[in-house]
Design a binder for this molecule. Structure first.
Ligand SMILES: *[C@@H]1O[C@H](CO)[C@@H](O)[C@H](O)[C@H]1NC(C)=O
Ligand SMILES: *[C@@H]1O[C@H](CO)[C@@H](O)[C@H](O)[C@H]1NC(C)=O
Ligand SMILES: *[C@@H]1O[C@H](CO)[C@@H](O)[C@H](O)[C@H]1NC(C)=O
Ligand SMILES: *[C@@H]1O[C@H](CO)[C@@H](O)[C@H](O)[C@H]1NC(C)=O
Length: 224
């Protein structure tokens, strides 16, 4: 499936990026001190993301009997971190700790700022490769969404929250699939085939990646 290939490449691109500090590359940034600040924002979460990527890989590999596994840990982490903005108490702590953050050591604001900067960096179009990622939160229309939450997911994660009537499963499915199809320029259609009755939330993340295969050898940079 083409989408699996894209996901695999993103994993490589994402990890190479984190490992080699390519986040420093930033031609648009003119204010040097702002640059440093933002740069360290995403670097502060890098060790956690790397650790999360490997522990998730271990779990997925354990449950898979196929040779290759394609996944994008950064996308998964980002989607969950944005979801955490709408949670409180134990749920809140569990999501962030599940992503490998120790809230005593890393302030929550730093986590979100780190993701914000990482997202902006990944989104920068390079001449030969195109990478678009987006996430949408589809939440049942019976749940009232707080404005603060909507603003935060938009500002920090460029994520959109939609009020969805999940009782009408067909319409809910259509809404989600249309969102993904548009975001991936028609490359991923009918992502959601079945929606369980009783769903009240769907967290959707897509990646559109287009680039020469020469991205792959960069994975050798992962070696210390
Ligand atoms: C493992 O292999 C079996 C038989 O080939 C297949 O039916 C099953 O879906 C596979 N499981 C996973 C997680 O890929
Ligand atoms: C979180 O960090 C604090 C301070 O470094 C440490 O005492 C605590 O054990 C850590 N918690 C976990 C769950 O690792
Ligand atoms: C990514 O870049 C496009 C155009 O370059 C822009 O419209 C979009 O808002 C950006 N998204 C993020 C998450 O920065
Ligand atoms: C939600 O969908 C159900 C099933 O199609 C429908 O009966 C109901 O009127 C819808 N609610 C709203 C507020 O549109």
């Amino acid at each position: 499936m083409p989408s699996s290939i894209s996901w695999g490449l993103l994993l490589l691109a994402g990890l190479s990026c984190l490992a080699t500090g390519c986040l420093i590359e930033d031609s648009e940034e003119s204010d040097a001190s702002k640059h440093d600040q933002e740069n360290s924002a995403s670097h502060r979460i890098t060790p956690n993301l790397a650790e999360f990527a490997f522990s998730l890989y271990r779990v997925l590999a354990h449950h898979s009997n196929t040779t290759n596994i394609f996944f994008s840990p950064v996308s998964i982490a980002m989607a969950l971190a944005s979801l955490s903005l709408g949670t409180k108490a134990d749920t809140h702590t569990q999501i962030l700790e599940g992503l490998g953050f120790n809230l005593t050591e890393t302030a929550e604001a730093d986590i979100h700022q780190g993701f914000q900067h990482l997202l902006q960096t990944l989104n920068k179009s390079k001449s030969q490769l195109q990478l678009t990622t987006g996430s949408g939160l589809f939440i049942d229309h019976n749940l009232k969404l707080l404005d603060k939450f909507l603003e935060d997911v938009k500002n920090l994660y460029h994520s959109e929250a939609f009020s969805t009537n999940f009782t009408n499963t067909e319409e809910a499915k259509r809404q989600i699939n249309t969102y993904v199809e548009k975001g991936t320029q028609g490359k991923i259609v009918d992502l959601v085939k079945n929606l369980d009755r009783g769903s009240v939330l769907a967290l959707v993340n897509y990646i559109f990646f287009k680039g020469p295969l020469t991205v792959a050898p960069q994975s050798s940079m992962l070696k210390p």
